[in-house]
Design a binder for this molecule. Structure first.
Ligand SMILES: [Mg+2]
Length: 258
């Protein structure tokens, strides 16, 4: 039997807005890493700090969020004194912060995943509802079956957590890959071996740029989801091969997509 074409979706910033959950979990993971004291706990607010929200479009991996929480604790960190500079030199600022704390990405990712595991065990409903589904996206994805198209989810979250959330959203993708499975371009190459990829929808422009420049992937239609965590300049001067996908495009029949 010939497999149907498949549309591949990023998760956070495309299907759900997970920023509240990211802040809750990163805050807690950070506090656990530095052996929280009451003073420190008070310094990290319950509400999402401006710097954390502002830096979200630059973040690729979950562990970076824990590091951002830690930097928010340091009054003299570049993230506090000049968030724009921190963002403009994101990788350097991030690596410098990592060195300063003496942490490594794996340790931060494990800390984050453990906090999530605990949150799910303690109060699963609360954990699930701290993710806000983007309006109409899950429903639209479920209509793809009427267009003879399957869907996949490719995320830098862990597979187990994403699977919980997808079930909660009533979404059952034919394929699901988390951060354990590897880098998105390699996973797309894997998927493309077995079936045509109808498109890849992502809110991180750099990821899309890597995809269109990866040998074997340049023919995949790439879409930048305008409702996600975009940097202000992301929508301008897109290279050929990457199209803007606005909510009205998503809601229109696949045949009419840019
Ligand atoms: Mg995303």
């Amino acid at each position: 039997m010939k497999l149907k074409p498949i549309l591949v979706f990023d998760f956070d910033g495309v299907i759900v807005d997970g920023l509240v959950e990211y802040w809750n979990s990163s805050r807690e993971a950070c506090l656990q890493l530095i052996n929280k004291t009451q003073t420190v706990t008070d310094l990290l607010p319950i509400e999402i700090p401006y710097e954390f929200r502002a830096l979200r479009p630059w973040v690729k991996n979950g562990w970076e969020m824990v590091l951002l929480a830690a930097e928010i604790l340091r009054a003299d960190s570049l993230l506090r004194t000049n968030p724009n500079d921190f963002a403009n030199n994101y990788k350097e600022s991030r690596d410098e912060a990592l060195n300063r704390w003496g942490w490594n990405p794996k340790q931060l990712q494990n800390g984050l995943d453990n906090v999530r595991k605990q949150a799910i065990l303690t109060n699963k409903e609360k954990w699930l509802t701290s993710h806000i589904a983007f309006s109409g996206v899950a429903e639209r994805i479920n209509q793809l079956a009427n267009e003879e198209t399957d869907f996949a989810v490719l995320t830098t979250k862990s597979k187990a957590f994403t699977s919980e959330l997808l079930t909660y959203l009533n979404l059952y993708p034919q394929l699901l890959y988390g951060h354990e499975s590897g880098q998105k371009p390699n996973l797309l190459l894997e998927i493309a071996k077995n079936r045509p990829i109808r498109g890849f929808i992502e809110d991180r422009r750099i990821t899309l740029e890597i995809v269109i420049n990866t040998p074997g992937l340049h023919s995949i239609p790439c879409y930048l989801a305008t409702w996600g965590y975009l940097k202000p300049q992301d929508v301008h001067n897109l290279p050929s091969g990457i199209n803007l996908l606005r909510p009205e495009n998503l809601m229109s029949p696949l045949a009419n997509w840019p």
